[in-house]
Design a protein around this ligand. Structure first.
Ligand SMILES: Cc1ncc(COP(=O)(O)O)c(C=O)c1O
Length: 506
């Protein structure tokens, strides 16, 4: 039985005015205002504190944290203008010239505009017909990234949220390809043998999440010791594979790192590729941070050996300076992505001859991440990226070079654009190897890191180098200049002296 809607309802549906819609004139006005605010914010970055370092309570007060969900709406223009100012004033600014923490880059401004455009058009880059131009732009972006780092340009690949996800995809393709049985259908237990993954102790913690999430368990990770340069020891690797085989384990894959998260170390990738080939193992490289350095004309032989990997992960939101989020994975044989991820449910009607990204990765609906990467690659070209990445590396090298001019600072490591060092009070220099002084120095440098963060004058993170707590600078920041780098040693010494004095007098 059908019922006739009331005339009122029919009218409101016929002339529907949804509360979420913005009439074009309002959209234009709010958008112009926001872009003006962002332009001013970007210009103001150098004069701001890197982070306001406010306590959680103060941050919550800004948004009246405990209030309930609003029942009625409000004026969007003022709301947007207000939250923009709050974000500018109460965020950590990884776009600040003196932000050097973790592996987090300054974001290309064109990427911010790209995200606005991508959200406005809102293509679903899961299926080709839902995103014809966006899908082709992603395909082209993947090819350009491969060309940039010297990986075979006919590879498969896709953009994902970041390094963890990119590594997961490589891991899953390797698991499916090398396990020797149908893991997708039969599950992990079906093989009857314990699988082993070989990687160095310097590998980022994604590897534990992968082993855990994808059913191998973290005991499947064989941690290969690193040498004094934090590079995977290849003789130990060979011995461990042999030993595992004797003990009835099934070696599955080798995971090398191009630019370790702590010190920027690059594993002996060429030799790892040989060992993987000799043993019929999958060879995956985590290049989340360092892979783009393979684009430099003077890239080391090991970085250039990226092109021997079966799969490589890298993060455009690191050294391509894309705004978060943008990770990327390349797989030498494109068909393996399909073999790892594809299902064809009856409710899908997509042309299999075209690129349907839901078929090539774990996501179904997908946003248009490629646009910000594609635009930036064209804004500056290969030449621009080579210049920015090598400037970052040269600036880190400059810090490493000048550190010995400051006897109160002990320099520890330099790899790609990462430098580690620590503050060392003059009277403790000769006793730094003793356990008590070692512990004191660890605590002291931990406090210096906190004081630096609280000062807002610069931002570093930390690493543990040969058991010692170290201050760690990582430049993936196109705004950093030599002046910024030269300001760091005196700043750390000042904070170090203050912290040391406070500890000794308390
Ligand atoms: C070497 C390495 N691998 C993986 C990751 C994880 O990347 P993401 O944070 O984008 O997931 C990082 C992050 O810094 C990294 O440095």
């Amino acid at each position: 039985m059908t019922t006739t809607p009331s005339p009122d309802l029919t009218d409101s549906l016929r002339n529907r005015r949804a509360p979420l819609d913005l009439p074009p004139d309002q959209f234009r006005a709010f958008g112009h205002q926001l872009v003006d605010q962002i332009a001013d914010f970007l210009a103001s970055l150098p004069s701001r504190k890197v982070t306001p370092g406010e306590p959680v309570q103060a941050v919550r007060e800004l948004i009246d944290f405990n209030r309930s969900l609003p029942e009625q709406g409000c004026e969007p223009g003022p709301l947007l203008g207000w939250i923009a100012e709050q974000l500018f004033d109460h965020s950590l600014h990884n776009g600040h010239p003196r932000f050097w923490g973790y592996v987090t880059s300054s974001a290309a401004p064109i990427g911010a505009l790209a995200d606005l455009l991508a959200a406005a058009v809102n293509p679903n880059a899961g299926g080709w017909k839902l995103s014809p131009l966006a899908s082709e732009i992603e395909v082209q972006t993947i090819r350009w990234i491969a060309q940039l780092i010297g990986y075979p340009a006919d590879c498969g690949g896709l953009l994902v949220s970041g390094g963890n996800m990119a590594n997961f995809v490589g891991f899953l393709v390797g698991r499916r390809k090398t396990s020797g049985w149908d893991v997708r259908k039969e599950g992990m237990a079906a093989g009857g043998k314990s699988l082993r993954i070989y990687t160095s102790q310097e590998t980022h913690t994604w590897i534990q999440k992968a082993a855990d999430l994808f059913g191998l368990g973290t005991d499947a990770i064989a941690w290969v010791p690193s040498d004094s340069d934090q590079r995977m020891g290849t003789s130990q690797l060979r011995a461990m594979i042999e030993d595992d085989r004797r003990r009835g384990y099934q070696p599955l894959m080798i995971v090398g790192t191009a630019g370790s998260v702590s010190t920027g170390a690059v594993d002996p990738l060429d030799e790892l590729a040989d060992i993987a080939a000799e043993n019929d193992l999958w060879f995956h490289i985590d290049g989340a941070y360092g892979a783009f350095a393979a684009a430099l004309p003077d890239a080391s032989a090991d970085l250039r050996a990226l092109n021997r990997a079966d799969s490589v992960a890298m993060d455009p939101h690191k050294w391509l300076y894309a705004p978060l989020e943008a990770g990327c994975v390349l797989v030498r044989k494109r068909e393996l992505l399909l073999e790892t991820f594809s299902y064809h449910p009856p409710y899908y009607h997509f042309d299999p001859e075209l690129t349907n990204y839901f078929d090539l990765g774990p996501q179904n609906s997908r946003g248009f991440r490629a646009l910000k990467v594609w635009l930036a690659l064209q804004q500056v070209g290969r030449e621009g990226y080579v210049r920015m990445i090598s400037d970052d590396i040269r600036l880190a090298g400059e810090l490493y070079r000048i550190l010995p001019d400051y006897p109160d600072l002990e320099r520890l490591t330099h790899g790609l654009s990462i430098v580690t060092f620590r503050y060392l009070p003059p009277d403790l220099r000769s006793r730094r190897g003793t356990p008590e002084v070692g512990e004191y120095l660890d605590d002291l440098n931990r406090e210096i890191l906190d004081r630096l963060e609280a000062s807002g004058e610069a931002f570093l993170s930390n690493a543990v180098v040969n058991g010692r707590f170290a201050l760690r600078l990582c430049i993936v920041n196109f705004r950093t200049s030599l002046e910024d780098i030269e300001a760091l040693p005196p700043l750390v010494i000042r904070l170090g002296e203050e912290a040391d004095r406070a500890r000794r007098t308390s």
